[in-house]
Write a protein that binds this ligand. Sequence first.
Ligand code: FE2
Length: 144
Amino acid sequence: MAEPNPTPARTPTAAVEDYLERIAALIQTKGYARVVDIAAELKISQASVTTMVQRLDADGLVKYEKYRGLILTNAGEEVAARIALRHELLTGFLRHFGLPEDVIFRDVEGMEHHIGEETLTVFTKITRYLDEHPEVVAKLRAEE
Ligand code: FE2
């Protein structure tokens, strides 16, 4: 008997989430997101980006508009906003522990796709507690 698929078809994959996160960030900083910019950001070929953009378009997450370039649909915006919020929450948590920014970024980029809502809520509560209790942060950081 086949294993049940743990990921429903409509749940975006980590790759889809990464694309939408990058596209939203590009639109926010540059005002537009071109295939060439996405390829440079994700360090992959323009041909791969084009293939993925076509898939995102077919899934109703982005639209290609002549003159404006790529834009996110409402559904695409939703996925991008969700992942951006996760990125922010997890970064806020890890910054309490004095880790180098590149380590935080690398690990958050991995975790943000896989952490469940319940666990994210726990991290959020701990982060809020640590924000309000710098003495606890100092104690934790002093421990080897
Ligand atoms: Fe991220």
